[in-house]
Design a protein around this ligand. Sequence first.
Ligand code: ZN
Length: 203
Amino acid sequence: MEQYQGIKFNVRFLDERVLDYPIQKELIGWGEKLSKLGCIPTYPNPENPVIISSAGNLSARIGDRFIITAAGSNLGVLTKKDFIEIINIDIHSRQIDVNGTEEPSSETMLHYSIYQKRNDVQVIFHGHNQQLLAHCSQLGLKSTKKWYPYGTLELMESVCEVLGKDDTILIMKDHGFLSFGKTCQQAGENIIQDLSEIKNIEI
Ligand SMILES: [Zn+2]
């Protein structure tokens, strides 16, 4: 996997407060579940190796905004302060305005573009699981055609290019998966279902 080097855009903090939306509790629960399912690999934080970070990010739409997990957070043990509210995004100048106390996930622009393209999607989970990648075609999942570095516009565009209106899970080639739902439960169940199908394939 590509070495994590921090976020690749500028962040302007409009309101530095800890968010308190009811859905954060659900997202915290799913972060823990996905970690236990082996979908959220961890690594020592490059800026402070004592801190454990994890690869992946969770988001939920709230009105015309969305909240997303913080860059370098550990999805297995999230707390309220690990969520950032995205107020404005300017893709071309790579500027993001937020409410919260931490920097938002490196894949904030990717989540943004999916919410723009799919009005039905309310929740997005991004994680990493080698089994899902390896069984992508057997599971009938769509995949992006080429690998791009994390947090880039190229990666974002490659996802939007293949994302159909009914896709519930999408594979990012040689990288990880994206799961979409109207609820956290739906986004989580998509992953659990495919992981259990893999067990059946392997028997
Ligand atoms: Zn990733």
